[in-house]
Write a protein of this length. Structure first.
Length: 702
């Protein structure tokens, strides 16, 4: 008795076979094989042979009169008896010029019926189903005539009146007078509503909207974000109600605070909830796009599908009704389904789950082993893209079971597998355990029926020994780096100390230099001044005055060169040669009888420490001054020769000259001694070439 169709289809049954679980397999002549499941649920079907006339948009069971009234879209009203037989079909209601779409049905206390359809009228259908009379609607708006809209469902009823909710309006029906009043409540469509604590509530634009139950004026709004729109309401008590949305089921209190939210993560096969009803055990029944879902008080979930005898897996919005004896009716796209909740019970089944496919990196790698026998997988780090297919074997058809899977190490809870889809994982190296489970009820505390242990080995650079070696190497490099850093820091400090020591020595040297040079020149000035005071001979006085002049110039020159040298840390050879030129220039004015000449260039790339630069300039000054004082030259020539590695200065004069070898150390005077000492201090190579009557050449090599 599947959807009221003959078991054998349109042809005769020629053979029946029973399997080990008690299911029957029928072989027909022309209609193939049929399977009769032993543990089938007792679900009734209300519909006609023409599917296009079975789109149910309202339903009312009237078992007292042995009737089930089903309003359709575009096919009027269908009336069945409780044996699912169609006993009457009213396609056209009075005053309509086309086939009616009956979107709400109410039974009055006198057993007559109130029907509504798209448009501006309602109808009174008598209890004998023989006469339908149009009832006008009184609108409380003057700007337009009444308009029922597509969605409509009863939200309240007692002995005196009923209230019908449509997309934009509420309709109050008075039973004694058959008067109907329309109350506009919203601009824009919405699909459901309910009464809670004597107030009417609906939902639109992710807000609950509360209305007064007498005037239907808006009182307050409460947000409920992320619902994707609300379709249906089901009051549970005076202080709470269920809300069915496109994002699952909400339980809210009278202040519209969310107490619980059920969605796919909690095991719902589908989050689009069309209609809701409850049974006397407190279980919640919901229609959806994937059949009918039962949510037990402990949140265990059972799914009924077309395979169980439902009209189809897709149902319609707010199309549900409960008969006085507890039988629940749901309307959908191919008729109506009904059942007694107490008859939909758990069935003792021994379910076996088999793996039917395991692929690694999109390849079947288990070519020599039956995939259902695999319980352990070892893979390398680059074989980490896994996919699994599995199926349940038991009394029912495989797609009637709810499948759950969980990858321990990745998933914290069971995940529901929709329609036995392939399960994919991309796993990092590690150890995992893939569990699967199947049942007619989703069980968040399920024990796995099948397990595969998976180990993905890491690459060698992620193994413990490699990491340990790298850690040791890193520690060694760190220690080496720290030691090297400390060593550099120590050497830098040592260099600073040495530099400070050199500075101190240089200060002492400059102090001595000033003392020795300027002090000696000052003593000479003092001595010659005393002699000048005593001397009466004119020629001697002239010579003493010349000595005083030279001593004064030497003092000034010594001071200038010392100050020049201390201005910078380093000087280029070019700057030193320029200093020598500046030194020589005034002599052409002071000593017009001597021809001074400087030729050659010096490199701007060669750099000298200021102490070396000072010693070099002083050597040249000493050589020129000595020639002027003692050699009576006509020409003094300075030549600068630069090569890639050396710099050479040659100071020559054509004066009287002398024989350096015949001079005793005491006779050399301060001039030659100072030059030699400065050459030693500066690290220069000093050569002196002179002879009596042949002039003097002093060569400085750097």
């Amino acid at each position: 008795d599947f959807q009221n169709k003959p078991i054998g289809g349109t042809s005769a049954i020629v053979k029946i076979t029973e399997d080990h679980t008690g299911n029957l397999y029928l072989q027909t002549i022309n209609d193939g094989f049929r399977k009769i499941i032993r543990n089938a649920y007792p679900i009734k079907y209300y519909g006609t042979e023409k599917r296009e006339g079975n789109y149910i948009i309202s339903i009312l069971p009237d078992k007292k009169n042995n009737r089930v009234l089903a309003g359709t879209y575009g096919n009027g009203i269908l009336i069945f008896d409780t044996l699912q037989r169609l006993i009457k079909h009213i396609p056209l209601l009075p005053g309509s010029d086309k086939v009616s779409s009956v979107n709400s049905i109410i039974k009055k206390p006198d057993n007559d019926y109130i029907l509504s359809s798209f448009g501006d009228k309602m109808w009174l259908l008598d209890k004998d189903l023989t006469t339908a009379t149009a009832i006008p609607i009184t609108s409380h708006r003057n700007d337009r005539k009444p308009d029922m809209g597509y969605f409509a469902n009863p939200v309240f009823q007692n002995k005196e009146q009923a209230i019908i909710k449509s997309e934009r309006n509420l309709y109050r029906v008075f039973f004694n007078t058959n008067q109907i009043h329309e109350y506009p409540i919203l601009i824009g469509g919405n699909m459901g509503g309910a009464f809670i604590n004597g107030r009417f509530v609906t939902h639109m634009n992710e807000e609950f909207i509360l209305f007064d139950s007498v005037t239907f004026r808006e009182i307050k709004r409460y947000p409920l974000k992320g619902t994707g729109d609300v379709r249906c309401f089901l009051p549970v008590s005076a202080n709470s109600m269920y809300v069915g949305s496109n994002k699952g089921i909400y339980l809210v209190d009278s202040n519209f605070k969310v107490l619980r939210h059920l969605q796919k993560a909690q095991g719902l096969p589908d989050e689009c909830i069309y209609a809701m009803a409850s049974d006397d055990q407190g279980n919640l029944w919901c229609s959806s796009n994937k059949g009918i879902i039962r949510v037990n008080k402990d949140n265990r979930i059972l799914q009924l599908t077309k395979e169980d005898g439902l009209q189809e897996n897709e149902f319609n919005t707010n199309i549900t009704s409960t008969a006085e004896d507890g039988e629940i009716f749901f309307g959908g796209v191919n008729g109506a389904s009904s059942f007694f909740p107490g008859s939909v019970t758990g069935m003792a089944e021994k379910i076996k789950v088999l793996f039917t496919g395991i692929r690694i990196n999109n390849k079947d790698i288990f070519q020599d082993t039956a995939v259902w026998n695999i319980d352990r997988i070892n893979l390398s780090y680059d074989q980490n893209s896994l996919s699994f297919n599995f199926i349940a074997i038991a009394n029912s058809n495989p797609d009637q079971y709810i499948y759950q899977y969980r990858m321990k190490g990745v998933d914290e809870e069971w995940v529901q597998n929709d329609d036995m889809q392939t399960v994919h994982y991309h796993l990092p190296p590690g150890q995992y355990e893939f569990n699967i489970y199947a049942s007619r009820v989703f069980n968040k505390d399920a024990q796995p029926l099948r397990t595969i242990k998976i180990r993905i080995h890491p690459p060698f650079w992620k193994t413990w020994w490699f990491i340990a070696a790298i850690s040791l190497l890193t520690a060694s490099l760190l220690a080496f780096s720290i030691n090297r850093y400390n060593r550099r820091k120590y050497q830098k400090k040592l260099l600073e100390l040495r530099s400070e020591h050199k500075v101190q020595l240089e200060r002492e040297r400059i102090s001595r230099d000033l003392h020795d040079s300027i002090g000696a020149y000052a003593n000479a000035v003092l001595y010659n001044t005393e002699l000048l005071q005593k001397e009466t001979d004119t020629s001697e006085r002239t010579e003493l005055m010349n000595d005083l002049k030279f001593a004064s110039k030497d003092i000034i020159t010594a001071l200038r060169e010392t100050i020049w040298a201390l201005k910078k840390d380093n000087y280029t050879a070019e700057e030193c040669l320029l200093r020598i030129r500046n030194f020589i220039q005034p002599f052409t004015r002071y000593y017009p009888h001597i021809h001074f000449n400087i030729e050659g260039n010096a490199s701007a790339e060669k750099v000298l420490h200021y102490s070396k630069a000072l010693n070099l300039v002083r050597i040249v000054q000493e050589a020129v001054t000595n020639a002027i004082k003692h050699a009576a030259p006509k020409n003094i020539h300075i030549a600068s020769n630069i090569t890639s590695e050396n710099w050479q200065l040659i100071i020559t004069d054509d004066g009287k000259g002398f024989d350096p070898r015949s001079l005793k150390e005491a006779e050399q005077g301060n001039g030659l001694s100072n030059m030699k000492q400065r050459a030693v201090d500066g690290g220069f190579n000093l050569e002196i070439d002179s002879g009596k009557g042949s002039g003097t050449s002093i060569i400085v090599n750097l």
